[in-house]
Design a protein around this ligand. Structure first.
Ligand code: CP
Ligand code: NVA
Length: 322
């Protein structure tokens, strides 16, 4: 039995080699499980002071078209701790900024690098990069998806509440990239996902349809609502993200008017959830907009452990895909 379990894990590991991570749509429940298990193993190893060698002699390029604290630093540290080299490539310093086609950039970079991590202003650019790249491309956030964040979120929920299946995860706020990745990740892993947004800020209908199908295949549930108070009833996990994402600054006034005060996670809303509920935020947070200072600093908040888990899941992604 044990031999069979080990060999299955080995086969799944081999199946992940060389794959791109553009969204969690491309990953099965077993594959996500493997990424989470590998993250936990690497986390334990780091706590014991052991570093890895799985990226020895490998170089990973980090192309960032937008600012980043967690994603950039966690990926760079992950590469270093796995004995690889990372190169930070600001898009402004690449010939991309002067019009070199994405397809040409992808073919050239894949002659030098063993993997490309990219945060981009346009999801289709990442898809095109992956199409022409011979090495794995990892989506470090686009306006559509933030799959690396969702993996760290699932790991955090599993650590704090000891399981994933059947838990009620309520996302309140904007139906954005973070929300869309959580919907797919949650539906794949058997959670009961409820998304509460103001009218007009629902997640993308195609992503919603995909997540619904995933939910059906995995005995999960997906609900969309405009009623945050009803949504949080019995919630095990409350999750929010900024109301104004990168690139949406011009809509700030209109967005704040649509989201406040009803869609803010504050103490009154947390009171309506299960007493053991955890509160999550991918960060950076805008205190007293989507979440109050009292909640993010309060006893239900797990945001710092959640941020730490970016490092452990980034390591697992690199070790498994590269
Ligand atoms: N959560 C997240 O991706 O943070 P950064 O924008 O700092 O990378
Ligand atoms: N939704 C946010 C996430 C930041 C990590 C954004 O895209 O700006």
């Amino acid at each position: 039995m044990q031999v069979q379990t080990i060999s299955l894990r080995y086969v799944r590991k081999m199946e992940l080699k060389g794959r791109h991570l553009l969204s969690l749509k491309d990953f099965t429940r077993e594959e996500i499980q493997l990424i989470l298990d590998t993250s936990s193993d690497l986390k334990r190893q780091r706590y014991r002071g052991e570093l890895g060698t799985s990226l020895l002699g490998r170089s990973v390029g980090m192309v960032f078209e937008r600012p980043s604290t967690r994603t950039r630093v966690s990926f760079e540290v992950a590469v270093n701790e796995l004995s690889g080299d990372s190169l930070f490539l600001s898009s402004q310093e690449l010939q991309l900024s002067r019009g070199e086609p994405i397809a040409d950039t992808a073919r050239v970079l894949s002659r030098y690098l063993h993997g490309i991590v990219i945060r981009a202003t346009n999801h289709e650019h990442v898809v095109e990069l992956a199409e022409y790249s011979d090495v794995p491309v990892i989506n470090a956030l686009t306006p559509m998806y933030h799959p690396c964040q969702a993996l760290a979120d699932l790991l955090t929920i599993r650590e704090k509440l000891h399981e994933l299946e059947g838990l009620k995860l309520v996302y309140i706020g904007d139906g954005n990239n973070v929300c869309q990745s959580l919907m797919i990740g949650g539906a794949t892993m058997g959670l009961e996902v409820t998304v509460a947004t103001p009218p007009g800020y629902e997640p993308n209908p195609e992503v919603t349809a995909f997540a619904r199908e995933r939910a059906e295949e995995n005995m999960a549930q997906l609900e969309l609502t405009n009623d945050p108070k009803a949504a949080v009833e019995e919630a095990d996990v409350l999750y929010t993200d900024v109301f104004v994402s990168m690139g949406q600054d011009e809509e700030r006034k209109k967005r704040l008017a649509a989201f406040l005060p009803d869609y803010q996670i504050n103490e009154a809303l947390v009171e309506l959830a299960a007493p053991h509920s955890i509160v999550m935020h991918c960060l950076p947070a805008h205190r007293d907009e989507e979440i109050t200072d009292a909640v993010i600093e309060g006893p239900h908040s797990v945001v710092w452990d959640q941020a730490e888990n970016r490092l452990h899941t980034e390591k697992a992604i690199l070790a498994l895909l590269l």
